[in-house]
Write a protein that binds this ligand. Structure first.
Ligand SMILES: [Fe+2]
Length: 375
């Protein structure tokens, strides 16, 4: 069943699934859910209040059985020194293998075996060039945080699918999400939700000439990308980098090796539908490798400003309320998304609305994203 979006968006992706039990998923139902994720990109599975964290992990692993059985951030390349702007957000639920808590606030004396932890996920206050005040937030004004896809990136393939089990949702009146980029654009949403942008739609918005170039081009993140991003900030819309700030020089980063700096296709192909997605992580991209066709010469761009201006020009085409999906989900529901085809962002809410608890799971993919042309 398609997701209801109300009048403010006509994003044509997303679906709702009812009548299944993720704790006891038959092979047939698993295929239905897998196909829904790859076809609709974002899926809300209703009514999973009793979902056992280990079962959530097993579901994500079942989508990629050859993958290592760990959370996407639980790699040896992630240390206190390298975590940078990802922040300290690792609270793995005991016995789950790789389900972590994301959210805000005190999670209770004993949450599934996690004792007395306080969650503090990254907010727009950490990320934006010109954040709101906490008073604005209490007055129900908010922002998207940072649109991204999940993954450590350095030495690790981004997860194919991320799942978020909503265990506790904040409660309070709807919020106004502000772009604050001079456009005057806003959206409203209930608190505690996640916003999505369809990267296949970004691809479709490219000109024919741009599509051929994107199909044949690549991008590379910086080594230790979440440290490298330094003092750079994200635009107030949450999508794309703002001017200014300094990246950390490569020789000042935590130790790194070139073999772990992957060169990703600019366009990733959906393994089920064949859809092409323009998939670049704005805050970590260091180099663009442009090729205007299969036999064209490669042109490398590594000037931060040139990368930023080129990328923002493309991202600006989609960054409008009508293209953004904010699926309605509540306590007990599980949100699943194709991490290779959408960007997502949290939406900050006032602390007075209470605690948010999401059980989150993604794992490093066993395979590299597939581009549209043979390399
Ligand atoms: Fe995320």
């Amino acid at each position: 069943m398609p997701l209801s979006q109300g009048a403010q968006s006509d994003a044509n992706f997303g679906a709702t699934i009812t009548g299944i039990d993720l704790n006891n998923l038959s092979d047939q139902d698993f295929e239905v859910v897998r196909n829904a994720i790859y076809t609709h990109k974002v899926v809300v599975v209703k009514g999973q209040a009793g979902l056992i964290p280990l079962k959530q992990f097993e579901f994500v692993h079942r989508l990629d059985p050859d993958a290592e059985g760990v959370h996407g951030f639980d790699t040896k390349d992630v240390t206190d020194e390298t975590i940078g702007v990802l922040g300290s957000r690792f609270n793995t639920i005991p016995g789950s293998v790789g389900v972590t808590i994301v959210g805000q606030g005190y999670q209770g004396d004993d949450h599934y075996g996690l004792k007395g932890i306080t969650a503090r996920s990254t907010t727009h206050f950490d990320a934006h060039v010109d954040p709101l005040t906490t008073e604005d937030l209490e007055n129900r004004q908010t922002r998207f945080g940072a649109f991204h896809f999940d993954g450590v990136i350095y030495g690790s393939n981004p997860s194919r699918v991320t799942t978020l089990h909503c265990v506790r949702a904040p409660k309070g009146p709807d919020l106004t999400i502000r772009w604050d980029d001079g456009s005057g654009q806003t959206m409203t949403a209930k608190p505690g939700l996640t916003a999505f942008i369809d990267s296949a739609q970004i691809y479709e918005m490219l000109t024919d000439e741009e599509k051929i170039t994107a199909d044949n081009s690549h991008w590379a993140p910086a080594p230790q990308p979440y440290v490298w991003s330094g003092t750079r900030k994200i635009r107030n819309s949450g999508l794309g980098m703002a001017p200014g700030g300094e990246t950390v020089p490569l020789d000042k980063l935590p130790a790194w090796v070139p073999e772990k700096v992957f060169k990703f296709p600019m366009v990733w192909v959906n393994p089920v539908t064949g859809a092409r997605s323009f998939q670049i992580l704005p805050d970590v991209v260091q180099k663009l490798y442009f090729k205007s066709g299969p036999d064209a010469e490669e042109r490398v761009v590594e000037d931060n400003d040139e990368v930023r201006v080129w990328l923002n020009n493309i991202l600006d085409r989609i960054c409008k309320p009508k293209n953004i999906l904010i699926p309605d989900y509540g306590e007990g529901d599980v949100v699943m998304f194709n991490n290779w085809e959408v960007l997502h962002s949290s939406i900050d809410y006032p602390a007075s609305y209470g605690v948010r608890t999401m059980h989150q799971c993604h794992i490093p993919s066993s395979t590299f994203p597939v581009g549209p042309v043979a390399v």
